[in-house]
Structures are given as structure tokens and as C-alpha cells.
Design a protein around this ligand. Structure first.
Ligand SMILES: Cc1cc2nc3c(=O)[nH]c(=O)nc-3n(C[C@H](O)[C@H](O)[C@H](O)COP(=O)(O)O)c2cc1C
Length: 207
């Protein structure tokens, strides 16, 4: 699978097969995150990889899934992630460059490699960080940012393009269709790509 295919195939998945993920694969995902760009090359991120089934259950209890369709979208018994990468950040570095950019770049690399490895993910920011901090025995110089839930995909969400001009907080909400399939609205390309200047005739491009 090439990069373009991995980008196109990556969807947030919230139902997983129960085959374990190998340590080698989990390590390769962190290696992908490690290779990502870092503002001022500060590299403020670390990761706790969790694949112990009992600990996975405890991590699961710290996560909130699919706010727009809740409780639908929360993985049921037998559909839960089989591993997690818990992303940690050094708080004193956040003030310098904002670690959010580093996190986005690093976790996207991990998510795309996961797709290429036949896995799927859900990146979660709605988490019980204090509980995770205690659960994972974190030292005071590191804080939990977010969690990458991982597993073999057991659902295939799809995207639909919004009409140009369709905007607002309601239209961007993902939903479940009549077959229970997750549908994710994405802004249309012509709504977000502007050639030379924003709007106007020149924005049509056309070479
Ligand atoms: C920073 C960030 C935080 C997110 N947090 C959550 C979360 O807490 N729970 C959840 O179920 N999904 C979460 N998501 C997944 C988004 O809902 C999902 O990316 C979005 O609906 C678009 O779907 P797609 O990833 O399939 O393109 C998060 C995504 C991002 C980028």
C-alpha cells in the first residue's frame, strides 16, 4: 500500500477485531511517531504502549467515544481495541512551541502506518487524564495528552462530501446510516482549496 492509499483508507474506527497486535508492530508505530517533524526539534513526546488485556480494559474505562452518536459508537464487548498508545507530553515544552503540532504530525504518521499494517485507530482526546496518569504510574514531568486506540478494523466507515457552502456545527456531525455504518461528512475540496487568492475567478485554477 502506498502513502496515498493509506491516507485515503484511514478512517476513525470504533469497532475492532480481537486479534492481538504484535510488539513489533506497536514498536514500528512509535518509531513512525518518533520520525515526525518537531517544532524547534524539542521532541516533547513519549508514549506508553499498552497491550496487556487487563490493563487495556482499564484504559478503555478512561475513554469517551463518538460524542455525536453516543452511546452508539462506543465499542461493545468483543469489539474493543486490543492495544493503545498513550501519548505523553512534557508540559514545560508546551509553552515554548505548543506540542499540539508535534502530536498531530507524530500520531498521523502512526495512524497511517497502522493502516498500511492492516490496522485501524481512533485518536481520542476525550479521556480521563488524571485516572490514566495514576493507572500508568506517570512521573510528574510527563502529562497525558491523548490516546491512540488500535486494533484490526471490524467496521468500514465512509465519507461523504458536503455541498460547497454547507457550513455550520450541525452539518459536520458524523452519523450512523440505516445499516449502522459510520458516515463522516468532509468539506468538499472546492470549499477548501483556493488558487492564488481566496475566492474570485483566479481560484478556479485549471491547468
Ligand atoms: C485531536 C482529535 C481528538 C479526537 N478525539 C476523539 C475522542 O475523544 N473520541 C472519539 O470517539 N473520537 C475522537 N476523534 C476522532 C474524530 O471524531 C474523527 O477524526 C472525525 O470524526 C473524522 O473522522 P475520520 O477520522 O474518519 O476522518 C478525535 C480526532 C482528533 C483529530
Amino acid at each position: 500500500m502506498d502513502v496515498a492509499q493509506a491516507i485515503a483508507r484511514r478512517r476513525t474506527v470504533r469497532a475492532f477485531g480481537q486479534e492481538p497486535i504484535s510488539r513489533q508492530t506497536l514498536t514500528s508505530l512509535v518509531e513512525a511517531a518518533r520520525c515526525a517533524p518537531s517544532a524547534a526539534n524539542l521532541q516533547p513526546l513519549e508514549y506508553v504502549a499498552v497491550d496487556d488485556p487487563a490493563l487495556c480494559q482499564q484504559v478503555f474505562a478512561c475513554l469517551k467515544w463518538a460524542a455525536y452518536t453516543h452511546p452508539v459508537g462506543t465499542p461493545g464487548e468483543g469489539q474493543r481495541p486490543t492495544a493503545y498508545l498513550v501519548a505523553l507530553v512534557r508540559p514545560e515544552y508546551k509553552a515554548l512551541t505548543g506540542a499540539a503540532y508535534d502530536l498531530g504530525a507524530a500520531l498521523m504518521s502512526a495512524m497511517l502506518l497502522a493502516v498500511a499494517e492492516g490496522l485501524a485507530s481512533c485518536w481520542l482526546k476525550s479521556i480521563n487524564a488524571p485516572h490514566l496518569t495514576e493507572l500508568l504510574g506517570l512521573p510528574p514531568e510527563l502529562e497525558v495528552d491523548s490516546v491512540l486506540a488500535l486494533g484490526r478494523p471490524a467496521e468500514e466507515p465512509v465519507t461523504v462530501d458536503l455541498e460547497p457552502g454547507q457550513t455550520g456545527r450541525e452539518v459536520i456531525k458524523y452519523w450512523r446510516d440505516e445499516n449502522g455504518r459510520q458516515v463522516v461528512p468532509k468539506r468538499a475540496l472546492q470549499s477548501i482549496l483556493h488558487w492564488q487568492r481566496h475566492g474570485g475567478a483566479a481560484s478556479r485554477g485549471g491547468r
